[in-house]
Design a protein. Structure first.
Length: 300
């Protein structure tokens, strides 16, 4: 992180540099990132170094694919983020209550980044799979999953910087962490295949009324394919994306708020208008200062 920051300070918000046999473009400009990953994604390529680095973990998902495979995966995930689906704040509240129990009551220091990673792993898995990893609970197995994610996340970026040397890279801990994640995700691949064969899936496909049934990515993906590798890759890729990016934003936001007392107090005043109740989608969307805080945290 320190090295990347230094490069941006020396070269500006967007620059090219020769690295590992290629010439990648580096950018921290929000509009450039939006264009590359969303609005003009078809105009950008994913370098082979990124695909090779991510592939053992995310397979043919948005992290490590391009073209039709990338577009199809994005199209499947998009309905999970409609207004109706993201308004289910009960998921976040339930996991936040677990999160808060890990905060010391005596004012001692706590590593929020570690807790945020577990919080986002639990919420993302519940949104995607219909059930949580429960890594915030005191369970050795779920902690193993969280630790495996931590290790592969670190090693992925180390791998991506190796260039041609990635072909001789080998790390037994990385291999083991990948196996831990594969074993966890395999359970949901099995559920997806079983769901596809069930009468419930057939009824849904025939357009039976489902009211305000929550969109579960696993079930919708199962309706689309029975290919076990495709199921595994899409689930792994989206779980990784939902965990790390959101945890990073939350960590940076709290780090900055702890150093800007005026901003923290203004934000608290805005949040206090909810009187301790869960917000509606419209209420959350109208919290202007909260949006400003998050936007600035992305850029800081």
């Amino acid at each position: 992180m320190d090295t990347s920051t230094k490069w941006f300070e020396e070269n500006g918000g967007t620059f090219c540099m020769r690295m590992g046999g290629g010439k990648p473009v580096w950018t921290r400009d929000p509009e450039n990132v939006k264009a590359a990953l969303a609005s003009k994604a078809e105009d950008f390529d994913i370098p082979w170094m990124r695909i090779k680095a991510f592939y053992p973990v995310t397979g043919d998902s948005a992290f490590s694919s391009k073209g039709a495979v990338w577009s199809h995966g994005r199209a499947l995930l998009r309905p999970a983020f409609t207004k109706l689906q993201i308004s289910n704040f009960d998921i976040y509240e339930k996991n936040f209550q677990k999160f808060s129990k890990h905060i010391p009551s005596d004012g001692s220091t706590v590593d929020l980044q570690e807790l945020f990673k577990r919080f986002t792993l639990d919420t993302t898995s519940e949104i995607l799979f219909g059930e949580s990893v429960n890594s915030l609970d005191s369970n050795v197995t779920t902690k193993d999953i969280s630790n495996a994610f931590d290790y592969v996340s670190k090693e992925i970026f180390a791998r991506s910087n190796l260039g041609l040397l990635i072909f001789i890279y080998w790390d037994s801990k990385f291999t083991y962490a990948c196996k831990v994640l594969d074993a966890y995700i395999k359970e949901f691949v099995d559920k997806a295949v079983n769901f596809r064969a069930s009468a419930k899936a057939i009824e849904d496909e025939e357009g039976q009324p489902s009211g305000k049934k929550r969109y579960i990515f696993l079930e919708e993906l199962a309706k689309d394919t029975s290919d076990r590798k495709l199921l595994r890759d899409q689930l792994a890729g989206n779980l990784a994306a939902g965990r790390d990016t959101t945890a990073g934003l939350l960590t940076n936001t709290f780090w900055l708020l702890a150093r800007h007392a005026n901003a923290l107090q203004t934000l608290r005043t805005e949040v206090a208008q909810l009187n301790g109740k869960l917000p509606t989608y419209d209420q959350l969307n109208s919290m202007t200062y909260l949006r400003w805080v998050l936007n600035e945290s992305k850029l800081a």
